[in-house]
Design a protein around this ligand. Structure first.
Ligand code: CTP
Ligand code: MG
Length: 257
């Protein structure tokens, strides 16, 4: 998109969605999943990574960032645990509300969105991504102010293959156009709420992230900005080991002599 187009685009988005006076950014941190692919007794966001629960790291990152406040979304059975053993214990004072999630990720996002009243922008983040950085957060805030809908992501490193039901290759998309999407995904809150209304009338879709919802239920184009390969989502047991290494930051790039 050229600069001139970009300016027009920015202008039109502001015209449609700039109805909240306060320029407030709220992080919605999702921690209501069951973590079925982790096969552990407790949800992965509460497993221990280094000295802290996985969820602590992203809450602490938002606490130390320019966001105004945080909505934490978790399972009914974990609200007290989150309040006492994470939020209060580690003094995460920006947590304004802890609300319960729903059966699907998008149900949890929706509950968080409703709770984030007064926010102009929302940054939706997986509590299972502990390696989020300050740069990712500030870049997301800068981008959402321009585009109204954006996600962080990284260019894919491997070739991606589309296969059929017999696992036979049917296509190999151009890798230079493929990005792996991460969180935070950041939106003008009113825009995303409107798109969720569209989703409510059309629940047969397979929805895996929120930029998809904006792409399907509005004409607003979503921007993809650079995240970080370190910003992985803890999904399966080996991811804990990888994240633990990233968080230690003790890699030395010098040659051993
Ligand atoms: N999440 C949520 N509510 C749900 C499902 C997911 O808040 N109903 C959150 C998870 O806690 C996680 C993030 O969304 O922080 C990303 O989801 P995912 O990695 O799929 O986590 P789970 O759904 O918990 O894991 P799995 O899909 O393996 O069951
Ligand atoms: Mg899931």
């Amino acid at each position: 998109m050229g600069d001139a187009d970009n300016a027009d685009y920015k202008e039109s988005n502001i015209e449609i969605f700039d109805t909240v006076d306060e320029v407030k950014a709220t992080a919605i941190v999702l921690a209501a999943g069951k973590g079925s692919r982790m096969h552990s007794d407790i949800p992965k966001q509460f497993m221990t990574l280094g000295d802290y629960p996985v969820l602590y790291y992203s809450l602490k990152a938002f606490q130390d960032s320019p966001v105004d406040d945080i909505i934490l979304v978790t399972g009914e059975d974990y609200v007290e645990y989150c309040r006492n053993d994470i939020v209060d214990r580690y003094n995460i004072t920006k947590v304004r509300k802890i609300v319960t999630g729903g059966a699907e990720r998008y149900d949890s996002v929706h509950n968080g969105l409703i709770a984030a009243d007064g926010a102009k922008y929302v940054l939706i983040h997986d509590g299972a991504r502990p390696c989020i950085t300050q740069k990712i957060i500030t870049d997301s805030i800068d981008a959402v102010k321009i585009y109204s809908a954006c996600t962080v992501g990284v260019p894919v490193k491997d070739t991606i293959k589309i296969v059929d039901e017999d696992q036979m290759g049917v296509d190999t998309p151009d890798r230079s156009r493929l990005w792996q999407v991460q969180t935070p995904q950041s939106f003008n809150r009113e825009l995303l709420l409107t798109c969720y209304d569209g989703l409510a009338h059309d629940k047969c879709q397979v929805i895996t992230d929120d930029t998809m919802i904006v792409e399907r239920y509005s004409s607003v184009r979503t921007k993809v900005i650079m995240g970080a390969y370190e910003n992985l989502k803890i999904t399966t047991p080996e991811d804990l080991k990888i994240a633990s290494n990233f968080l230690k930051k003790d890699v030395d790039t010098k040659m051993v002599k």
